[in-house]
Design a protein. Structure first.
Length: 259
């Protein structure tokens, strides 16, 4: 028998068999009393562990189990990466890049997290491509989700706003215009390493940009590299870092949940 004919024959035989099995299951259930149905249903119910209660935030407020990293008042949760730097400025409830001061990082280190962060590029447009409202959110000081004014600003697609820089292009461009507040909601899963130092589970990230899904559980090939291919090297938890790229990008309402 020819392979194509054999496949058609098997398909013809298997579909009725599967349908017959389903019908038999339905008939068997029809014959059960209400009490018997309840007892059978109970065999697939899982009661423990009971998820702990978390109060969702109202409006722009964080959920009850979130760690607030910046609430508009001070930079107590942050420190300059560059030794001797005065760090960034706090203006009108936002932390604003002081160009030339270097990056800012959290005092605490993290692994798997859910992060909410709001950002704004300068209202006055200056420059183009990568020289227009450039900054970045670095998880574990290594893995960057790009911040950029990408509203009517052509650049390489894996370097625009909400890209995993030089690795993953966003599904869509959900950017607002210059000077408007935007938001990222990001789930970052840290890489796991075996005893031999090799990657057992690569890092992954899911990104919502202004409420729009733009990165859907994408796998990271390694830390962010400006030149060359990424390469994993074993590491543990590390701070969250925000980039000084020479533009007065502002951030506010920053919180995360450790997962």
């Amino acid at each position: 028998m020819k392979p194509s004919k054999l496949i058609k024959t098997l398909t013809f035989l298997l579909i009725p068999a599967a349908l017959a099995g389903f019908v038999a299951q339905v008939i068997a259930q029809e014959g059960l009393s209400r009490q018997q149905r309840i007892e059978k249903s109970a065999t697939t119910e899982i009661w423990e562990p009971v998820p702990r209660m978390v109060e969702p935030g109202q409006g722009s407020a964080p959920p009850s189990d979130a760690m607030v990293l910046f609430d508009g008042s001070d930079l107590g949760s942050w420190t300059p990466v560059r030794s001797g730097s005065a760090g960034w400025n706090v203006e009108d409830g936002a932390m604003v890049v002081a160009p030339g001061s270097g990056n800012m990082r959290t005092r605490e280190s993290f692994g798997d997290v859910q992060l909410h962060i709001e950002w704004r590029t300068p209202a006055e447009v200056a420059g183009d491509s990568q020289d227009r409202g450039n900054s970045g959110v670095f998880f574990m000081q290594r893995y960057e989700v790009q911040v950029l004014d990408s509203h009517g600003n052509p650049t390489y697609a894996n370097g625009q706003a909400a890209s995993v820089y030089k690795q993953h292009i966003p599904l869509v461009n959900a950017s607002r215009g210059p000077g408007q507040w935007q938001s990222y909601d990001i789930v970052f899963m840290a890489p796991e390493f075996g005893r031999d130092g090799r990657v057992r589970r690569p890092a992954s990230v899911t990104v919502f940009h202004n409420g729009v899904l733009v990165q859907n559980n994408v796998i990271l090939h390694g830390p962010t590299e400006y030149i060359g291919e990424p390469l994993y090297l074993e590491h543990g938890k590390a701070p969250l870092e925000l980039q000084d790229h020479g533009s007065t990008v502002a951030y506010r309402n920053i919180w995360l949940r450790e997962l």
